[in-house]
Every structure is written in structure tokens, then in C-alpha cells.
Design a protein around this ligand. Structure first.
Ligand code: SF4
Length: 431
């Protein structure tokens, strides 16, 4: 086994958390549909919402170029909101028309929104009724993506959690990897696990409903995304055991994640080293090349994607950055504890948001780099701060060894852009 970086003398797991429950500036959970619909090839996401929800999806997804898109919005009109129509009857009709037109749909998600929640439309009851009507060809489930209930990445958590109760039962000793990854990254991960002899490996979400994803008391599951708290709880309720580990960002996170999985499946040190040494070396080299611009620079995380804690750990431990504040919408010891253990003490750890107070702290600290949502980036840039959009980190392949250099480069790019802008401003001032 190649060398480990020693853990810090004092990590952040026991750091008192600054809990804030004020106004928050984040996207709602509908956003997750953008990556989930690409992942689950036989699924369709029907948002039951307003024109605002439809606009959010259209703009977040970019221009719709699919001949057969896998998401849509059933628009609730004013008369629906006023309770003048039978929304359930209309929903049934919309679903029947959709399924008649699209025989490729095998899983249909009814996705709740702010308006459907305000009028208390019972999508759970609708999903049960529609499952009976359209079984066995289509399975209908529901979850909420509403901005009242969910932040940005919680939509995926809610979606996966809705699938857990209907997964078939198994008594087999299997690894279940939980969280949507881009296909290319998922294939890299599966190749590493396979080379270590770990299997069968099941995926949630799987690319198709016909994949053999099942769960039971001999299932061990590992999360690849740090925002899957509800899914974690749902799997635990089905008897599966969680493999706690840092998340697979960078060399250290990937190695620790794979090591925890390997330990759960009795892989020897020699096999582990034989499989991981070469990609580790590549990852280290790529990170070293990309992180020159980051070393010694301070970074401030606003709470947005729930990726903040593992990313802060990566930037501090592997890129030499100095986190000032690490904010996350939620912090759960079972999920974030292993990364907090490795994050050197020093930064403020905050949970939730009171955006004005947090902006004041950020402007007072004047970090070299601020990771935040789209809505905060422009005002902060106008104050001369360098920003990185948190949403980009969710849409870009950043997990596991082969993406480690790209992950460092994503942060470095923001600093380089600011340096170019500053040089340009100085040149203009000198003229
Ligand atoms: S679910 Fe709510 S927050 Fe999200 S787009 Fe619709 S109205 Fe806006």
C-alpha cells in the first residue's frame, strides 16, 4: 500500500456548528431532474407545478434538444389552485395520454412542487392509484422537489428515497453504490471495484428498471454523494448496512472510500495497492499540476449543494487551500463525519443559512475564492471577490481518481480568471 497523508492533529468533527435558520438562497429540488433523467434511461419525471417550475427546468436543462424528452411539467392552472377542478382526474388523464404516447417509459415519477404542496395535492395517493392502473408495464412513484421542502440536491435524495421501499428483497451479500454519477465515472468506479474482486455491485439509481438492484440485511451500501441522508435512512430501515467513508473526491477521498469498501469485502492490502497505485499516482500528478494557483489561498463556502464539506477537505488537504467558513445546508454525522475528521480545524462550520449575516461574514473575511449559488455570485464578483458556482460542481464529472485533476482545475480557473480581470483593470487604470 502506498503512503497515506496522516489525518490532522485536530479535525472538525467536534467543532461547534454555527446553526442558522434564516433566509436561504438556493435552487429547489426540481433541479435534480436535470441529471436524473439522463441517468435513468427508462424514467420520466412529471412535475406537477406551475409555469415557473416549467421555466426553471427549461432554463436549467438548457435548450431542449431531445426529440423525446424525459421530463415535463403538468401545469396547474389558476382554476386548479382555486380548487375549482378535480386535479386528480386531470392528472390521471395527463398520465394516461403520456404513457399511451411513450411506450419506452417504465418508471414515472410524479414530482411535487410549491404549488402542488400549497393546494395539498396528494401525489402519494395519485402514484398508488396510477401504479395499479398501469402495472405491470409502468411503476409510478412520487417525491417532492418543492422549494418549500427541498434545496437543490435534495431532489435526488427524495427521488432515490422514494425508490427504496419498492426495491426487491435480496439475501445476497452485495455492494450497493448509491448516488447518480455520470456514466463514464460510474464505469471507472465499477472497473476499480471489479479489479478488486468486489461484487456483485448494484447501483441506485440504475440505468434501467430491469437492473438487478435489490436490498436486504446482507446489503452493504456506500454513498457517492453527500446529500443522500433520506436515502441512507430508507436503506437502513430495509436492513442494509452503511459503509461510512469520506466521499470520493481527489486522491485521498477516493482512496479512503475505496479502502472502506474494500475492507467491508475483505480485500487484501496487496490487491488494493495493485489496483489503486497507478490511478492514485495519476491523480496526484494531475492535482499537483492544477493546484499551483490554489496553494495558500483562502476559500469560503456558502451552503448550497451539500458537497461543501468533502470539497473543503479536498481543497485543504490536497490543494493547500485555507477554508475560512464551510457552510452546508445540512450536516449529518453519519454522512459527513469521516470528511470532518480529515478537515483540519480552523474554519467556521455552519449549517443552514441566514444569507445577509453570511454575506457580512464573507465580505469581512474577503476570501480569495467563494463557492456559492448563482444568485450570490454576481453581487460578490461586483465586490471584487472571485466566485465559483456550486451548481457547476454537481454538473461536472468530479468523482474518483481520473477526475481529481479536473476538480482542482475547476477551482483554479476562477482564481485565474480574477487575476486576468485584475490585470486588465490595472492596465486600463495605468493608461
Ligand atoms: S418548485 Fe417552487 S421553487 Fe421550484 S420552480 Fe416550482 S415554484 Fe419555484
Amino acid at each position: 500500500m502506498t503512503e497515506h497523508m496522516p489525518p490532522p492533529a485536530q479535525g472538525c468533527r467536534n467543532t461547534p456548528v454555527l446553526k442558522e435558520r434564516g433566509q436561504r438562497e438556493v435552487f429547489c429540488g426540481l433541479t435534480g431532474i436535470i441529471w436524473l433523467h439522463r441517468k435513468m434511461q427508462d424514467a420520466f419525471f412529471l412535475v406537477v407545478g406551475s409555469r415557473t417550475c416549467a421555466h426553471l427546468l427549461q432554463s436549467a436543462a438548457g435548450v431542449m434538444i431531445f426529440a423525446e424528452p424525459r421530463f415535463a411539467t403538468a401545469i396547474l392552472e389558476e382554476s386548479d389552485l382555486a380548487g375549482l377542478n378535480d386535479a386528480h382526474a386531470e392528472l390521471d388523464r395527463t398520465v394516461s395520454e403520456l404513457l399511451a404516447r411513450r411506450p419506452d417509459i417504465r418508471q414515472l415519477f410524479l414530482v411535487g412542487s410549491c404549488p402542488s404542496e400549497v393546494i395539498k395535492l396528494d401525489l402519494g395517493r395519485a402514484a398508488e392509484r396510477l401504479t395499479v392502473e398501469h402495472a405491470p408495464r409502468v411503476r409510478v412513484l412520487n417525491y417532492s422537489g418543492s422549494g418549500i421542502e427541498t434545496t437543490f440536491t435534495e431532489g435526488e435524495d427524495a427521488c432515490l428515497a422514494s425508490m427504496v421501499p419498492v426495491l426487491p428483497k435480496t439475501d445476497a451479500r452485495e455492494l450497493l453504490v448509491v448516488g447518480a454519477l455520470p456514466d463514464v465515472v460510474e464505469d471507472q468506479m465499477l472497473a476499480l471495484l471489479d479489479a478488486m474482486g468486489i461484487g456483485p455491485v448494484r447501483l441506485l439509481p440504475a440505468r434501467s428498471i430491469d437492473a438487478n438492484t435489490a436490498v436486504g440485511s446482507n446489503t452493504k451500501f456506500a454513498l457517492v454523494q453527500p446529500f443522500l441522508g433520506e436515502t441512507h435512512d430508507a436503506l437502513t430501515r430495509r436492513g442494509a448496512a452503511h459503509i461510512a467513508a469520506p466521499f470520493p473526491f481527489g486522491d485521498e477521498g477516493t482512496t479512503a472510500w475505496l479502502r472502506a469498501v474494500a475492507d467491508a469485502f475483505d480485500v487484501s492490502d496487496a490487491t488494493f495497492a495493485a489496483v489503486t497505485d497507478a490511478p492514485r499516482a495519476r491523480a496526484r500528478k494531475a492535482i499537483a499540476q492544477a493546484s499551483d494557483a490554489l496553494t495558500g489561498k483562502s476559500v469560503f463556502f456558502f451552503p448550497d449543494s451539500q458537497l461543501e464539506i468533502p470539497l473543503a477537505r479536498f481543497l485543504a488537504r490536497e490543494c493547500g487551500m485555507l477554508p475560512v467558513e464551510v457552510g452546508s445546508p445540512y450536516i449529518r454525522d453519519a454522512l459527513h463525519g469521516p470528511d470532518l475528521d480529515l478537515l483540519p480545524e480552523g474554519p467556521t462550520i455552519s449549517e443552514g443559512q441566514d444569507v445577509d449575516k453570511q454575506l457580512d461574514r464573507c465580505l469581512a473575511a474577503r476570501p480569495d475564492l467563494t463557492v456559492c449559488g448563482l444568485g450570490l455570485a454576481n453581487p460578490l464578483e461586483a465586490q471584487g471577490l472571485s466566485t465559483k458556482w456550486a451548481i457547476e460542481l454537481v454538473f461536472t464529472p468530479v468523482h474518483f481518481y481520473e477526475q481529481a485533476g479536473d476538480l482542482a482545475a475547476l477551482f483554479a480557473r476562477s482564481l485565474k480568471r480574477r487575476a486576468v480581470l485584475d490585470r486588465g483593470a490595472s492596465a486600463v487604470a495605468a493608461e
